[in-house]
Design a protein around this ligand. Structure first.
Ligand SMILES: [Mg+2]
Length: 291
């Protein structure tokens, strides 16, 4: 069996259409519940921070346990997350308010705050699927040797609820809360080609850290029944680099926000393929790169 593990946000959905609504909802929550500052002030801070981030995209990232989980320029949601995290960390009074609202964080108060607001608001935001989402999933379901599995860092119930709107014949398996952003300096996964630390240098300024124990484990467990895997996603650091290092083919679906450096990294890897449209996936799977 070929398990086709497909990322949800941005790959099956038009994430770029939701990003403004998500930003607005998150800033409203910060303004009214957490920081209690005027929303106009937070919006101005957000715009200034995002402009700075976009001018120097390789210098801003989502950091977890001291390691880089994703660069801020890789997608519409990650740009929003990184902007809000940066804005909260750089302002003392914001940071104090967030620490008070999340006194016993799982990661740190800023990450917990952005994770919580992301999960809460994306669960209810209006969502548009990409035009090919339904037909691609239907063709994978109909194929006797292929099984689609939905991959997400979001909570599985949100994704299952949204998928129901597609009206597919079959309920899809969801690999939810995979925590591709869970970084651990002592990750048990080890790739000999990378040396120590386990960092894949893409360019002088972009380096992907592979110390992601939760995501590594999720992929190992998916293959434990002897199935072959491929992964399909719209971003690189979080869902894409790990499968390539594990010898699993990875398909990067190009979106309006996909940065050139990540397209190039995937195109240059023997197991990497760039898809200009999700609709091209079923045909691309007919010619799997040799693993
Ligand atoms: Mg995505």
């Amino acid at each position: 069996m070929l398990k086709v593990i497909i990322d949800f946000d941005g790959t099956l959905t038009a994430e770029e259409e939701q990003a403004d609504l998500l930003r607005d909802a998150m800033l409203t929550s910060l303004s009214t519940e957490i920081i209690r500052a005027p929303k106009a002030q937070l919006e101005a801070d957000y715009r200034a921070t995002r402009a700075r981030l976009q001018q120097n995209p390789d210098r801003y990232w989502w950091e977890v346990n001291g390691l880089i989980a994703s660069y801020g320029d890789e997608g519409a949601f990650i740009l929003n997350t990184t902007t809000i995290q940066t804005m909260l960390k750089e302002n003392e009074s914001y940071l104090r308010a967030v620490a008070a609202a999340y006194p016993q964080p799982e990661y740190d108060s800023v990450i917990d705050c952005t994770n919580h607001l992301f999960h809460r608001h994306t669960a209810v935001l209006p969502l548009t699927f990409r035009p090919a989402a339904k037909s691609v999933l239907a063709s994978l379901i109909a194929h006797p040797q292929r099984t689609p599995i939905i991959l997400t860092n979001s909570l599985g119930d949100k994704v299952e609820r949204h998928l129901a709107f597609l009206g597919l014949d079959k309920r899809l398996d969801v690999l939810g809360d995979t925590r591709q952003y869970e970084m651990d300096p002592d990750c048990p996964c080890y790739f000999p080609t990378l040396g120590k630390p386990q960092i894949w240098s893409i360019t002088k300024n972009y380096k992907i850290d592979l110390r992601r124990p939760d995501y590594y484990r999720a992929l190992v467990e998916s293959a434990a029944d002897g199935s072959q895997l491929v992964v399909v996603a719209d971003t690189f650091s979080l869902p894409g680099a790990m499968p390539l290092m594990m010898g699993i083919p990875f398909y990067l679906t190009r979106a309006v926000y996909t940065p050139d450096w990540s397209l190039q990294a995937v195109a240059e890897h023997p197991l990497g393929t760039v898809l200009n449209d999700l609709a091209d996936l079923p045909a691309a799977l007919e010619h799997l790169p040799v693993t």
